[in-house]
Ligand binder design. Structure first.
Ligand SMILES: O=C(O)c1cc(=O)[nH]c(=O)n1[C@@H]1O[C@H](COP(=O)(O)O)[C@@H](O)[C@H]1O
Length: 251
């Protein structure tokens, strides 16, 4: 978190550059370091999605190259949406932190707190799924109390953060009203917000719903709209500037 806060303050950005590399193995090997170098000035963080690396066969090696290519001081979030019992989770955590060397991960908390805690190592950070950007009848289902499962999950994640201090939420950009309710339940935690760009999320509504009074608290991710842009640097710069406009309006 300290690394992220320092980066956000120094580079004045809340943009998370998603790395979901598509193309031939040759293209990807060539473009990954290029896209990282070109977009780094605008990046508060990078988020490689594990699936896009594992599907290539040399995924672990490519991920390590990503970590090496990202300039010092910019956090890397491995988007693996990990979610298994504690004993197994510990091995995923070793993969992410010790083998690949990332700063943070995404985790699926639906198996319970024991699926999350092994990733909450001191000095590392966890973004756990609370309300995803796709339509999920499970997250929208209401408990007997009338509370949606996504809000029950958010409360669990607030409690976990109170204990561990390094738990954030994933809240999709496609449902700003839900994001706003999560913000009420989790008034200080950082939200990783995917769904801007290719998935059509409403940036203005998201910023209004989730930005903290200090101008932080949201990490706005875009993957395809940067990787697949003709000019990835321009796409990243424009989105960063757009995000910052809403920061100044809201502040
Ligand atoms: O955890 C995530 O990053 C994630 C959560 C979610 O609710 N929705 C979602 O799209 N993501 C990821 O965010 C990225 C979105 O990519 P684009 O739609 O291309 O910007 C992908 O890597 C998704 O796997």
């Amino acid at each position: 978190m300290q690394k992220l806060l320092t980066r956000v303050a120094q580079a004045n950005t809340l943009l998370c550059v998603g790395l979901d590399p598509t193309g031939s193995d040759e293209d990807v090997t060539r473009r990954l370091p290029q896209v990282i170098a070109e977009t780094a000035p605008y990046a508060a963080a990078f988020k490689p999605n594990l699936a896009f690396f594992l599907s290539r066969g040399n995924g672990t090696q490519l991920l390590r190259q990503v970590v090496a290519a990202v300039p010092d001081g910019i956090p890397v979030i491995l988007d693996g949406k990990f979610g298994d019992i504690a004993n197994t989770a510990m091995h995923y955590a070793q993969f992410a932190y010790d083998v690949v060397g990332v700063d943070a991960v995404t985790v699926n908390p639906y198996m319970g707190a024991d699926a999350v805690v092994p990733f909450a190592r001191p000095g590392k950070f966890v973004f756990a799924l609370a309300k995803t950007s796709n339509h999920s009848p499970i997250q929208e289902a209401e408990l007997a109390s009338g509370e949606p499962v996504s809000e029950f999950t958010a409360k669990l994640l607030a409690d976990l953060d109170a204990t561990h201090g390094n738990i954030g939420l994933v809240a999709g950009a496609t449902d700003a009203a839900a994001l706003s309710r999560l913000r009420q339940l989790c008034p200080t935690q950082w939200f990783l917000v995917p769904g801007i760009g290719a998935q059509g999320g409403d940036l203005a509504a998201v910023m209004k719903a989730g930005l903290l009074a200090d101008g932080g608290g949201l990490l706005i991710n875009a993957s395809r709209s940067i990787w697949q842009a003709e000019d990835s640097a321009a796409a990243a710069r424009e989105l960063m500037n757009e995000i910052n406009e809403y920061r100044s309006v809201t502040a």
